[in-house]
Design a protein around this ligand. Structure first.
Ligand SMILES: Cc1cc2nc3c(=O)[nH]c(=O)nc-3n(C[C@H](O)[C@H](O)[C@H](O)COP(=O)(O)OP(=O)(O)OC[C@H]3O[C@@H](n4cnc5c(N)ncnc54)[C@H](O)[C@@H]3O)c2cc1C
Ligand code: FES
Length: 243
């Protein structure tokens, strides 16, 4: 926690890599375990709150975020140009620890953002990516996976269907997933049945990002937990899934 401070960084690049999806690279040296995140802001008082983004990739000289435009905050981020400055707080959250043995990473939609860095740090992983339609950044993901399985709801660029239906946990020693709640809940049931541990990274809406407001509370078997401080990573069996 000693290194936690808001810092200002220059944007190196901010490119639309697929419709509505941007990759932003910031100059500087940063830390960040797989599935840790930063709170980003590039505006004054409106919107009031910074926005959480997972570490997509990083090197000694830069850090990259991959984000989808959803509302005002991400729209403002997408308008930044090379040389503009942005404020960051992080790295935040607990992150993922690699377990020994055969490991699978499963991502859905913009939830794939945390998996590139994770695959690089973990090494020797199978990657399962799910998209609504045309898959994105497949060449980058191919380079970091032992095996890459791509699924899309339209069948474009991969197997047709939901990645949570295509993925079979048997034979794995541990699984790690990030994506929409319904996908995580479905994977949780499959992994429980196969008796394979699943670690999920939750993407609740956040306000402070540092555990002070309970804005990101989730129900778990341990009681109410804060996704920003107690997570974003939880063992799937401790999350109380809605529905
Ligand atoms: C730990 C963490 C890591 C994240 N990493 C990434 C990432 O790497 N890439 C990425 O694209 N997104 C990521 N997100 C989600 C991202 O933070 C939100 O999309 C962003 O805050 C939306 O801000 P906005 O101002 O554009 O939209 P807002 O105006 O705040 O919201 C627009 C719409 O999106 C919905 N929305 C906002 N946040 C979320 C959310 N967390 N989950 C579901 N719906 C939401 C709102 O309900 C609303 O309907 C992450 C979230 C968390 C908590
Ligand atoms: S966002 Fe404030 S406690 Fe998590």
């Amino acid at each position: 926690m000693a290194e936690l401070a808001v810092r200002s960084a220059p944007v190196l690049t901010n490119e639309e890599v697929a419709p509505g999806l941007f990759k932003m690279v910031l100059k500087g040296t940063y830390s960040g375990k797989p599935a840790q995140f930063y709170m980003l802001r590039a505006w004054g008082l409106d919107p009031l709150l910074a926005r959480p983004m997972s570490v997509f990739d990083r090197s000694e000289e830069w850090i990259a975020f991959l984000y989808r435009i959803r509302g005002r905050g991400t729209e403002l981020l997408s308008q930044l140009h090379s040389g503009d400055r942005i404020l960051l707080l992080g790295p935040l959250g607990n992150g993922w620890e690699r377990r020994p043995g055969r490991v699978a990473l499963i991502g859905g939609g913009s939830g794939v953002a945390s998996l590139l860095h994770t695959a690089k740090v973990f090494g020797d992983v199978d990657l399962y990516l799910g998209f609504r339609n045309k898959p994105f950044l497949i060449d980058e993901f191919k380079q970091v996976a032992e095996r890459l399985v791509v699924a899309s709801e339209t069948g474009e660029g991969g197997q047709r269907g939901l990645v949570s239906n295509i993925f079979d946990p048997s034979g794995y020693d541990a699984c790690y997933a990030c994506g929409p709640q319904a996908m995580l809940a479905s994977l949780s049931r499959a992994c429980k049945k196969a008796k394979v541990p699943l670690f999920v990274s939750l993407e609740e809406r956040m306000a402070c990002g540092i555990g002070a407001c309970l804005g990101c509370a989730v129900r778990t078997t341990r009681g109410i937990c804060r996704v920003c401080r107690d997570g974003p990573v939880f063992h799937a069996r401790e999350v109380i899934w809605d529905g």
